[in-house]
Design a protein around this ligand. Structure first.
Ligand code: GLA
Length: 383
């Protein structure tokens, strides 16, 4: 992303030396809604970033922020309880979470902007949190690890935004590497970088442009259902701490003890954990056909059991399923809107995009957005 414009705005509004940090959004190949169930995920950082021009003001506790793309600005302090804008919560949240870790965060001036599409399920919010956390860590010499920064971003979402998310998005933004996926064990936070260079296939993101307005409340409900399921199962199996520890057979024992909705949510998560492992095995042998099939299965689960899809996402996945050359497709991220991620033969990528876009337009009356992404490096200082 070109940061010149952000620097120009910074110089016009503030003064003094500045530093520039950049943090990416993410895609996720498979392993959806598994992170807060202590399972595995397989995200990658992408070449779309949120960039932050920042200067610390050691003599002040005021945090002045400009959201360049939105042409909005706000001044807050750590003690601000109600922000004027939604995006300010991400910054306030990170500042407050770092403060809870014992860090002394003075005021600062900053301008941010970028090209991670907002509301597309590519985690622009985690990118912003990661950029702010990394900048404060480095400029103030806080000596926090990237894992601590990822957790601070996650807790900012829980405590200041109200979304009880897992750690996948912040982790991917901070730990991503070019051409590699992060296979993250969300229980131990151990991770493995898995090369992802499907020579003959491309990743295509098609954005329904449906904004996921239900996302935060329904997301928290899904998490609560999973926890409810664990509560019921662990009464008999105390070793069960999360759905990660539950097998299909175990769940079947409790089918009459839980609401059908809770059962369906648990069934999806257990299935996704199995798919995730199969996907990693398939990647080891570059078996993209198997990976693609698992992506279709994942979507079925998200649509029918976890119920976090929407008709626009379902339509795109269905259309991909009928297109010769699209070997996998599913909705990506929290759901209720945003993007599908598809694995498509590179030679047929253009046709696929045209075909899906036209079908979508006939059905819904407008064109989806297509995002081209590459798997790229994680958050870093660039100036
Ligand atoms: C959102 C959350 C993540 C994860 C995904 C679903 O992106 O922020 O923690 O739960 O949804 O996989």
């Amino acid at each position: 992303m070109n940061t010149d414009q952000l620097i120009k705005v910074f110089k016009a509004k503030f003064s003094g030396d500045y530093a520039v940090f950049s943090a990416p959004g993410r895609i996720n190949i498979i392993g959806e809604h598994t992170d807060y169930n202590n399972g595995f995920v397989l995200p990658g950082a992408i070449d779309k970033t949120i960039d932050l021009v920042i200067k610390i003001n050691h003599n002040s506790n005021i945090i002045n922020v400009i959201a360049n793309d939105l042409k909005e600005e706000e001044s807050i302090t750590k003690d601000t309880t109600k922000t004027k804008y939604h995006w300010t919560k991400y910054i306030l949240g990170v500042v407050c979470e770092l403060t809870k870790l014992g860090c002394n965060i003075p005021g600062f001036d900053c301008v941010f902007g970028g090209n991670v599409p907002v509301g597309s399920g590519m985690s622009s919010s985690a990118a912003l949190e990661s950029a702010v956390g990394l900048a404060l860590n480095e400029l103030l010499g806080l000596k926090l690890s990237r894992i601590q920064l990822a957790k601070a971003g996650q807790m900012a979402e829980h405590n200041y935004v109200g979304v009880r998310c897992g750690i996948m998005d912040q982790f991917a933004s901070l730990f991503g590497e070019k051409g590699k996926l992060v296979k993250l064990d969300c229980r131990s936070l151990e991770y493995e970088m898995i090369p992802f260079n499907p020579e003959n296939y491309s990743i295509v993101l098609m954005d329904t442009r449906v904004s996921h307005s239900l996302a935060s409340s329904e997301y928290n409900k899904r998490r609560a259902s999973c926890e409810e399921g664990v509560g019921i199962i662990s009464a008999k199996y105390p070793e069960v701490k999360s759905l990660r520890d539950v097998t299909f057979n175990m769940l079947e024992e409790f089918i009459d003890d839980m609401q059908i909705e809770t059962y369906k949510r648990c069934l999806y998560v257990i299935g996704e954990t199995v798919r995730m492992q199969k996907a990693c095995d398939a990647l080891k042998t570059n078996d993209f056909i198997t990976l693609g099939n698992l992506m279709f299965e994942c979507h079925d689960g998200l649509q029918l059991l976890y119920e976090v899809s929407c008709k626009e996402l379902d339509f795109l996945v269905y259309t991909a399923g009928k297109f010769d050359g699209a070997i996998g497709s599913r909705m990506m991220g929290g759901g209720f809107g945003g993007c599908t991620i598809s694995l498509v033969e590179t030679a047929k990528e253009k046709d696929f995009i045209e075909h899906s876009s036209n079908k979508f337009k006939t059905e819904f009356g407008y064109l989806p957005h297509v995002h081209e992404v590459k798997i790229a490096e994680g958050a870093r200082r660039i100036i």
